[in-house]
Design a binder for this molecule. Structure first.
Ligand SMILES: Cc1cc2nc3c(=O)[nH]c(=O)nc-3n(C[C@H](O)[C@H](O)[C@H](O)COP(=O)(O)OP(=O)(O)OC[C@H]3O[C@@H](n4cnc5c(N)ncnc54)[C@H](O)[C@@H]3O)c2cc1C
Length: 468
């Protein structure tokens, strides 16, 4: 049983505060209400204290303070986690938002990034050098959580997941030590953090391989929801054979309003958002088959890479209600297509959506056990999100999301991408890591046997479970 911050002597808290270069924020502070907000407003946790870290020394001091006082800790990177895993009840939040830097080395196209950076900061810095690191499909997510869980996005088919481009990390472990992990040093930890989440320590700096990406061609194509089954069947046969420079995620969605034309507003669609990295003179050829499916609407064009990364940021501002469910899929079966039509036709609020992200090309190349990310042979990472600004609609979006997931789950590969999960229990987590779960437990036993880092998709240590 952990102490809460209220159980700790105020003199000890004062001593801790003087050790930090950053501030602490207590529940009694004016800034507390703002500080405890995370992206998902459905999360209402009340931590006892925030340590707003500015450097590695602050993180070490925070880890030592929490361990010595038996406090629960949560680590907050970008604060986007669906289940609110960047916060804990009553304990200490080690906030990394003050640890931000992006250093691009053009001699070998590598980039060092702070543990608290957001992807938009990284994208804009690398873009100046004509480079990009594979990340997700919005720019407001944190580098920390997205990377440690895997990282699926527009560049996955050409350059792999974010973890496939991670070269090195600097981490603070549960005992307060600081280590560098890479292909030579602490190889087991380096394996574990490429998908195993925040279970093993606090990453204060990431080093990535970047790739030449400057201008992309992309944007959405929409078909009436009634064509969902036909478009999904075609997409399933098309995308995995398409050039790796082409990526597109398929969705059921509602067009909520501007900037889309008025005649589309509040109508439901099967949509695909495309991103093509190849030569501009091949665009017509590559998109010929897509356009032959006669979309009702398309809004595509050439744009700087950061523009496609930020395309949906405005649609999804922080502070809305979000309920998440997910699974991997090996194919979009006829039964699944029928379920997508059924649930896509009754999307409950304008921003609720379902997405299927292709796992093919470079993302499917690493062996299943090369990283903890076990579903390299699945064809899609799927996610259903119930989203709405109004807390009154929380039950409605949650029910739709759960019902959609339950209807689809029988046609899934069994587990989900951990970054698309809320707090769903140990069985779901085991399913997420499949045959890699045992190795994650073994590494957890070695580096964090007391489960100090437990507010995450938690790999529980158990010395009886060590196996290779
Ligand atoms: C609008 C939206 C769009 C998204 N799109 C994508 C997408 O396209 N592709 C994709 O792969 N995912 C996507 N995600 C999911 C995203 O990857 C997860 O929400 C992820 O957890 C966010 O990371 P964060 O640092 O912002 O989160 P936080 O809530 O800060 O942290 C999440 C978890 O990571 C741990 N953590 C964070 N930083 C560190 C660190 N430096 N060291 C140790 N542990 C750390 C935390 O302890 C916590 O357990 C999206 C999420 C949202 C809300």
């Amino acid at each position: 049983m952990n102490n809460t911050v209220n159980d700790i002597d105020s003199v000890k808290i004062g001593d801790f505060a003087t050790q930090l270069k950053g501030k602490i924020v207590m529940a009694s502070d004016d800034t507390y209400a703002e500080t405890r907000k995370v992206f998902n407003a459905m999360i209402d946790k009340r931590p006892g204290m925030f340590a707003m870290c500015t450097d590695v020394a602050d993180v070490i001091a925070s880890v030592n303070f929490a361990r010595e006082n038996n406090l629960m800790v949560a680590i907050r990177g970008g604060g986007h986690n669906g289940g609110g895993l960047g916060l804990c009840e009553g304990g200490l939040v080690i906030d990394l938002s003050g640890i931000k830097f992006v250093r691009v080395d053009t001699s070998d196209n590598t980039v060092k990034v702070g543990g608290g950076n957001l992807w938009r900061e990284v994208d804009s810095a690398t873009h100046d050098f004509g480079l990009a690191i594979p990340a997700g499909i919005v720019s407001t997510t944190g580098v920390g959580g997205l990377t440690l869980g895997g990282g699926v996005g527009y560049l996955s088919r050409k350059y792999g997941l974010t973890i496939d481009n991670l070269l090195e990390a600097e981490m603070v472990l549960a005992d307060g030590s600081c280590v560098t992990v890479n292909g030579d040093q602490h190889k087991d930890l380096f394996w574990a953090i490429r998908g195993g989440g925040g279970n093993f320590g606090i990453v204060t700096s990431f080093k990535f391989k970047a790739h030449p990406v400057k201008t992309v061609f992309g944007g959405p194509t929409l078909w009436p929801i009634e064509r969902t089954k036909e478009i999904m069947e075609w997409f399933d046969g098309f995308i995995h054979k398409a050039p790796e420079e082409l990526n597109g995620f398929i969705a059921t969605l509602t067009i909520p309003g501007p900037p889309f034309p008025e005649h589309l507003h509040n109508k439901k669609f099967c949509g695909i958002v495309w991103c093509y990295l190849g030569d501009s003179d091949k665009v017509d050829e590559v998109f010929k088959e897509i356009r032959s499916r006669a979309p009702l609407f398309e809004h595509m064009g050439a744009m700087p890479y950061p523009a496609i990364q930020t395309m949906f940021d405005g649609m999804f501002p922080p502070g809305m209600q979000w309920y998440w469910r997910a699974d991997f899929f090996n194919e979009i079966t006829p039964e699944a297509r029928a379920k997508h039509l059924e649930f896509g036709s009754r999307i409950p609020t304008p921003l609720s959506q379902m997405h299927l992200y292709p796992i093919s090309g470079a993302a499917s190349e690493p062996a299943k056990d090369a990283t903890p990310w076990a579903y390299r042979d699945a064809k899609y990472a799927g996610v259903i999100v119930g989203v709405d600004p109004d807390p009154e609609n929380a039950d409605k979006i949650t029910k739709w999301c759960k019902d959609y997931w339950e209807a689809l789950h029988p046609y899934s590969a069994g587990g989900a991408y951990s970054n698309f999960m809320m707090d769903e229990g140990e069985d779901r987590l085991r399913a997420a890591y499949g045959s890699n779960y045992g190795q994650l437990v073994a590494i957890k036993n070695k580096y964090d046997p007391n489960n100090f880092f437990r507010v995450n998709q938690n790999i529980k240590p158990t010395l009886t479970e060590i196996k290779s």
